[in-house]
Design a protein around this ligand. Structure first.
Ligand code: ATP
Ligand code: MG
Length: 417
């Protein structure tokens, strides 16, 4: 196949036989979000590049290495969204949702684009279930947001979950930490990768997040941010932990996590499953203001959909398959075929999933096909059935049959649904 006829590297088709997995994950997330009174927001697939430079931060991996940026025909710099938060904040500010009663609780399901080193669990187009809550500075909200993520993953049936949390402090306490960190890193400056060298002055904390082995080795014994917290940040973190304790949600404090985005303040968290980080999130109290809105606190997360599905498969969790076809209606001749066409339509209006023969197959081949489709019931229309206005529904799982009046669609529905 010619190169240009293949999907670009790092992208994947969702094939129809896998659709039920995606529906399961997305519906589970939607349903959990609903129980928390969270409403959906959809934002464009692309934004002005400037939004991400300011919203994600120009010392992050995303901005330094991973953005899909291009000039459109109007010579504007456009970027495919690499994550959902900056867009949600932009929409919140632009549409003046801050004037409404707070908090504003939003969720989204979106593709995200990052020019990554493609490997297992790391794509260039992937998908996220995300949540953003604006307007509340309370520690109970951090805990609630964490719970939405945990509830979703648990509801899916995932077992090996661990929640890691950390406190990143605020613009009052972080500079002190940055100084201490720089002092520590100074001696090993030459051993850092080029990207980290460029981060040293502007955002040394970012170096803790580097994936290069030599940088990881250097930062192993770096000073810990929790030792540098101001009173307010320290108290906030203590309360978040208390709220998690109320619900008995187990967590580990991991001072090593700093997260890949610049905007976080105070609480940050990651949820790991057996093999991957599936969820990342935290509080970002300065971002709304940074993006031109009022000074307003915020907290949110993103969960990778592909990674959730990978974990479900790895843990061998059975995903409920959607019964595709309730009833396959076979037909012997031209007249019967017309009748099947009409019957299927009438049943579909009642919500019954039907299939009929559009391939000119013989009855035998039709029934074989119905079996392949996994049809729950089959019926065959012949001359007698039309004359007597009676059909027989056959349950495929055990072969049991049910006689029913041909025109009684409600009765047919009752049996096959
Ligand atoms: P990492 O440190 O692994 O690069 P990240 O900090 O860049 O992760 P986030 O921006 O927090 O990741 O994204 C939230 C979630 O989205 C991740 O936990 C993961 O499940 C998923 N995710 C991120 N990048 C990718 C990708 N390239 N392919 C597939 N899923 C991804
Ligand atoms: Mg990343």
């Amino acid at each position: 196949m010619a190169m240009e006829m293949q999907a670009p590297k790092g992208t994947k088709d969702m094939l129809p036989q896998d659709a039920y997995k995606w529906h399961y994950v997305e519906n589970t997330f939607r349903n959990v979000a609903k129980t928390y009174g969270i409403r959906e927001i959809r934002t464009p697939m692309f934004e002005h590049t400037e939004l991400f430079l300011r919203g994600v931060g120009d010392t992050t991996d995303i901005v330094q290495k991973e953005m899909y940026t291009f000039k459109d025909k109007g010579d504007r710099s456009i970027t495919l969204k690499p994550e959902g938060t900056a867009s949600a904040v932009r929409a919140f500010v632009e549409n003046r949702l801050f004037n409404e009663a707070q908090p504003t609780k939003l969720y989204y399901i979106t593709p995200a684009f990052r020019y990554e080193n493609v490997q297992k669990g790391r794509l260039r187009q992937f998908h996220q279930c995300g949540l953003e809550v604006f307007g509340s500075k309370e520690p109970s909200m951090d805990a609630e947001v964490i719970c939405v993520a945990m509830d979703t993953l648990k509801e899916l049936g995932l077992k090996n979950l661990s929640l890691n949390i950390n406190n990143l402090g605020c613009p009052d306490c972080r500079p002190k930490y940055n100084e201490a960190l720089k002092k520590f890193l100074e001696e090993n400056y030459d051993g850092l990768c080029d990207t980290c060298k460029s981060r040293f002055e502007k955002n040394p904390m970012r170096i803790l997040d580097c994936k290069e082995r030599k940088c990881k080795e250097i930062t192993k014994n770096a000073p810990i941010i929790l030792d540098f917290m101001c009173q307010e940040c320290d108290t906030h973190f203590t309360k978040v932990k208390e709220y998690l304790d109320i619900l008995g949600v187990p967590y580990t404090i991991d001072p090593g996590i700093v997260r890949g985005l610049d905007y976080y303040t105070k609480t940050i968290f990651e949820i790991l499953s057996s093999e991957f980080t599936v969820c990342g999130g935290g509080r970002y109290d300065k971002l709304i203001e940074e993006l031109g809105g009022p000074s307003m606190p915020a907290v949110g997360f993103g969960i990778g959909i592909e990674r959730m599905i990978m974990m479900l498969e790895k843990e061998g969790i059975e995903i409920p398959n959607e019964a595709l076809i309730d009833l396959y209606i076979g037909a012997r001749g031209e007249e019967e075929r017309k009748y099947a066409f009409k019957l299927a339509h009438n049943l579909r209006i009642l919500g019954v999933n039907c299939e009929i023969n559009h391939m000119g197959r013989s009855i035998k081949a039709e029934m074989k096909f119905a079996n392949k489709l996994g049809a729950l019931f089959t019926t065959i229309l012949g001359e007698d059935e039309l004359k007597n206005e009676k059909i027989t529904l056959k349950r495929m799982s055990d072969g049991e049959t049910f006689d029913v009046s041909l025109n009684d669609t409600e009765a047919i529905k009752k049996i096959v649904k």
